[in-house]
Design a protein around this ligand. Structure first.
Ligand SMILES: [Zn+2]
Ligand SMILES: [Zn+2]
Length: 126
């Protein structure tokens, strides 16, 4: 099931809700239930293969495949495009800041909202 959920998210390329994933997979498996999808998503997140975008309550397949990274998502509010980037410096700095208070972070997701280059260009033609 994890492989199937990951394949759906990869194929889509943009963020999907758990129910959208369920809808796609129900075509071939009409008895599929939401808890099955949630379990698969939780395991994929745990393994770093999928990230959850808190602000959108949606899931995306990891595009950089680097374990232990802090994904930085640029979310276009006009077209919904999501780009994933990684910064080792930010990952290290976040761990350092959290470590100072003895806090043990389980996962971080950084979300930056704005407009992608394409939408920006559309709005302000040169
Ligand atoms: Zn990632
Ligand atoms: Zn855009």
């Amino acid at each position: 099931m994890q492989a199937e959920v990951l394949a759906v998210l990869r194929k889509c390329g943009s963020p999907m809700s758990a129910y959208e994933v369920l809808d796609r997979l129900r075509d071939g498996n009409p008895r599929l239930a939401p808890p099955t999808i949630y379990r698969a998503l939780a395991a994929l997140i745990e393994g770093g293969r999928v990230h959850r975008l808190e602000s959108l309550k949606a899931f995306v397949a990891c595009r950089c495949e680097q374990h232990g990274h802090v994904p930085i998502f640029s979310i276009c509010e006009a077209c919904g495009t999501v780009e994933e980037a990684v910064s080792r410096r930010i990952t290290n700095e976040l761990s350092r800041i959290a470590g100072q208070s003895g806090f043990a972070p389980a996962r971080h997701v950084i979300e930056v909202h704005g407009q992608c280059a394409r939408c920006e260009a559309k709005e302000a033609p040169a």
